[in-house]
Unconditional design. Structure first.
Length: 145
């Protein structure tokens, strides 16, 4: 995925846009997204875990890629779950299927390659390697000398 991200960044720098994102979705990028998914996470409505999906990884990825290229890929509905909050109320969570987590991971990488260079250095919200503690430290240094 690093090669694809570099190509995307180059296109964005040169033309300020990228025409087609699907050309960056292939067996390798999908498998890389699969590998990056953490083990032991909650399962979606299909009940499939990372380990189960990985039992036939080549076949699953090839099938997923075909559906994506034909624009016939349809994610499963998101499973709704509730967890308790500290104040006694419940927080709703949406848990996608494992396969959809793989698809989301690929597009996350592609979109980061497009938009990350456009963000200002002082922007920290949900960005790679930009945790809140670093934001607080930089804010303190800026305003308190």
């Amino acid at each position: 995925m690093e090669k694809e991200k570099a190509e995307i960044a180059n296109l964005v720098a040169r033309y300020d846009r990228v025409q087609s994102l699907m050309k960056y979705v292939n067996n390798d990028t999908l498998k890389e997204s699969y590998k990056k998914q953490p083990k032991g996470k909650a399962v979606g409505v299909d009940g499939v875990t990372k380990e189960q999906y990985g039992e036939n990884i080549d076949e699953n990825i090839e099938n997923l890629l075909i559906r994506m290229k034909k624009f016939s890929y349809r994610p499963y509905p998101v499973r709704r779950a509730f967890i308790p909050k500290g104040n006694g109320k419940m927080r709703g969570l949406g848990i996608p299927s494992f396969e959809n987590k793989v698809v989301q991971g690929v597009f996350k990488e592609i979109l980061e390659a497009i938009y990350e260079p456009k963000f200002k250095d002082f922007s920290f919200g949900f960005r790679p390697n930009r945790e809140l503690s670093r934001c607080n430290t930089e804010s303190e240094q800026t305003y308190h000398g």
